[in-house]
Design a protein around this ligand. Sequence first.
Ligand code: 5GP
Ligand code: MN
Length: 332
Amino acid sequence: MMRDSFAKFAQLLKKTKNIVIVTHWNPDGDAIGSSLALYHFLKKTGKNVQCIVPNSFPEFLHWMPGTFRMVNFDTQASQAMKLLDKAELIFTLDFNSFKRLEKLGDLLAKTPGKKVLIDHHREPENYADYSFHDIHASSTCELVYEFIVGLKGKALIDKKIAACLYTGLMTDTGSFKFSSVNSKTHQILAELLTTGIQPHIIHSAVYDNYSAHRLRLFGYALSEKLRLLNNCPVAYFCLTAEELKRFDFQKGDTEGLVNYPFMIKGITVCALFAESEGSIKISFRSKGKIDVNTYARKFFEGGGHLNAAGGKIKDSLDATEQKFLNTIKTLF
Ligand code: 5GP
Ligand code: MN
């Protein structure tokens, strides 16, 4: 845990006007939720603030309040560059290595603004001037909640901010079922509900939003592509670019699929390998003390959390699967 004091953050914010918030490549619910919650909070305190995302994010997050104001570096690079040049302070949320920003990372490394890291992933790199980091937090949204409260901003948490925070807490905890969930998580959720947000509406907006193609892709993967290992509690899928195209793949369509094999009694490690434009997007999930963060770092140029990690490598799907099969036993 690395946390600068709230007094220090209060002092810092007092003298700052122009702020940019940046989150990771392929933003998920926690990335967008934490960015927008912090955005609305800082706006309410009179700051000049903008959010930048490295690339686009899934359609099931577009409903969140403020998404239309986010600047997409992939399609609006010059606007993003101007904002970064002007920013005195840059919040980096839900990641801890510039590598997680792809091209935007090279740019961020050169910007003069001071960097604040708010994150819950393991092994943070050393780029931040100020940190609010805790690997035991269920989500970056949980940390942003604590950050706002610590800055005496609880009264400013309105329905919009609460909806953003609730979404990140929900998506990063598998709807409140992962081992990262504890009484504090539920206390925060209870506080958020007092603003009048309706959980069933948020759950529906995120999860009851599949295209028929997406649901059929899940069905196909489960019936045709699920692989189980002999004498080893591991299950995984490999999906080729052709297969994804067949199901009209859209960004975010495979999210959640990796967890399904946990429904099989005894399975403790799940993996998903999905081919896209010459690289393989990888997801690992585990139970208990099995450390997929270290495994993803060591063999797949990735990282993340103890029980949920990812990576992306430039190799063929077959070679990636072979590497996985050759190394997976090291996890046990
Ligand atoms: P997912 O499998 O849902 O894409 O990612 C699981 C976790 O691993 C997330 O917390 C995510 O931030 C992290 N992660 C995913 N891909 C990468 C990667 O390429 N590098 C690193 N360091 N972490 C990743
Ligand atoms: Mn997160």
